[in-house]
Write a protein that binds this ligand. Sequence first.
Ligand SMILES: [Zn+2]
Length: 172
Amino acid sequence: MAIRPIVKWGQPVLHAPASPVAQIDGAVASLLADMVDTMYAAPGIGLAAPQIGVALRVIVVDLSVGEDKKQLIKLINPELVSTEGEQRHEEGCLSVPGYGGSPVRPAHVTVKGLDLDGKERTYEGTELLARAFCHEIDHVDGLLFVDRLSPLKRDLLKRKLRKKAKSGDWEE
Ligand SMILES: [Zn+2]
């Protein structure tokens, strides 16, 4: 297990769809372990594999940031099964440090994916959990919250982010 560097906005791995995991093996298990370590160290409530430079559809979410082991969710090949309603709250992203935005998200989501044993798992989420699922599944589709803002806000933010990415001088 290891804490891995977090890839920042502008790196191609964050902006392209990731590949499904074809075989759940030891490499996937250690990827998940590293993701959990990295998420807790950041600290954050969610992380997707592309954020540590791995173009695979793997996400972790833990609203308790390690305080409550029962809240840790690890999903391989996650997908949104259904969504309902709308909500809009400020979101941040470990790959976009120092910036935030309020994309529209579903109020309620049902998500499914595989666990490390290859067993299908289904989760339901509302409020923050729904937003976290959507945010992380967006990551494996190559989308960041920035891409979900209104065109005006998105362009404004992207202009700032391009400068940051060029300088490499991200706030941590
Ligand atoms: Zn993020």
